[in-house]
Write a protein that binds this ligand. Structure first.
Ligand code: PAJ
Length: 289
């Protein structure tokens, strides 16, 4: 596996690949890799000739009081896992490579407010601007043919797709389904913060989201009541609920009676750990409205 830290090192390798007509895939990550990340790398292997994984804990997407300083950094085990997964190039930049003019006054990308102001964007103001600011930089530096993102961060995926379509990046965005532990808990670097008991209980979040999806599939259309019931259930399981919401899959707007393709999204706290998850729920019948 090649390794690049600077723009020059990265360019030397990717220019050669492009010159040889090889199709490249980028998997952007913040490291502390788990099976969810590695599934993206393996999918990238199937989709492209060369796979580039980036590891960069991006300060501009963390809010004040969030976990930037404590975010788990495990580069040695990440390198081993990437080699096993068949990654061709690890791009592991310093701040000065990603933000050569410093972190205070970088050129920023602003996420489309219609997609980004709700749910995660409401709870974490500026978060998606920071995500797009670094993802645009990664796209500009790596110039991949495709880039892969997890459905685990569903709103992030939509915000990135919009940027690509709006700014005209010639990059195909591939979405990959959420990889889960046996308990149903979505794999996440932040799961490391959970205590043993919290971790055992955290799978219940997925169970509740699936129940909501089942209600919707069975024709329930009284979303607000469905959301309230889910909130109560999550609270009774010991979670502090940030949001649990039924939304349109395509733009995360509130669903109307004719909307069939829906998503159930939630953010909860287990102790001090913030967990997010989502599931799809395609409506077939319409009743109860
Ligand atoms: P990070 O949280 O490291 O996630 C990197 C990629 O892995 C994202 O596309 C995320 O959706 C995906 N992912 C995480 N957990 C997953 C799981 N359980 N199953 C499937 N995919 C999963 O998301 C980020 O980093 C950053 O915001 C980033 C896009 C790198 C920009 O800094």
């Amino acid at each position: 596996m090649w390794r690049a830290e600077t723009r020059e090192q990265l360019n030397a390798i990717t220019r050669r690949w492009r010159g040889e007509g090889l199709k490249t895939a980028l998997v952007p990550t913040m490291g502390n890799l788990h099976k969810g990340h590695l599934a993206l790398v393996e999918e990238a292997r199937r989709e492209a000739d060369r796979v580039i994984t980036s590891i960069y804990v991006n300060p501009t997407q963390f809010g004040q009081g969030e976990d930037f300083d404590n975010y788990p950094r495990t580069p040695d085990s990440d390198v081993k896992l990437l080699m096993q997964a068949g990654c061709d190039l690890l791009f592991i930049p310093e701040h000065s490579t990603m933000y050569p003019f410093g972190l205070e006054n970088p050129v920023r990308v602003q996420a489309s407010p219609d997609l980004a102001a709700t749910l995660e964007g409401q709870s974490r103001p500026g978060h998606f601007d920071g995500v797009l600011t670094v993802v645009a930089r990664l796209f500009n530096l790596v110039v991949p043919d495709i880039a892969l993102f997890g459905e685990k961060d569903f709103q992030q995926l939509l915000v990135i797709r919009r940027m690509v379509d709006d700014l005209g990046y010639g990059i195909r965005i591939v979405a990959f389904p959420t990889v889960r532990e046996q308990s149903g808990l979505a794999m996440s670097s932040r799961n490391n913060y959970l205590g043993v008991d919290e971790r055992a209980a955290a799978g219940e979040l997925y169970a509740v989201l699936r129940q909501v999806a089942d209600h919707i599939r069975n024709g329930r259309g009284d979303w607000q009541q469905v959301e309230r019931d889910a909130r109560t259930r999550l609270e009774s399981l010991g979670f502090r609920v940030d949001y649990v919401a039924v939304r349109r899959t395509k733009d995360l707007g509130p669903p109307g009676p004719a909307d069939l393709d829906l998503r159930v999204l939630a953010a909860v706290y287990s102790g001090r750990t913030r967990l997010i998850d989502n599931v799809g729920a395609n409506r077939v019948g319409i009743s109860g409205e």
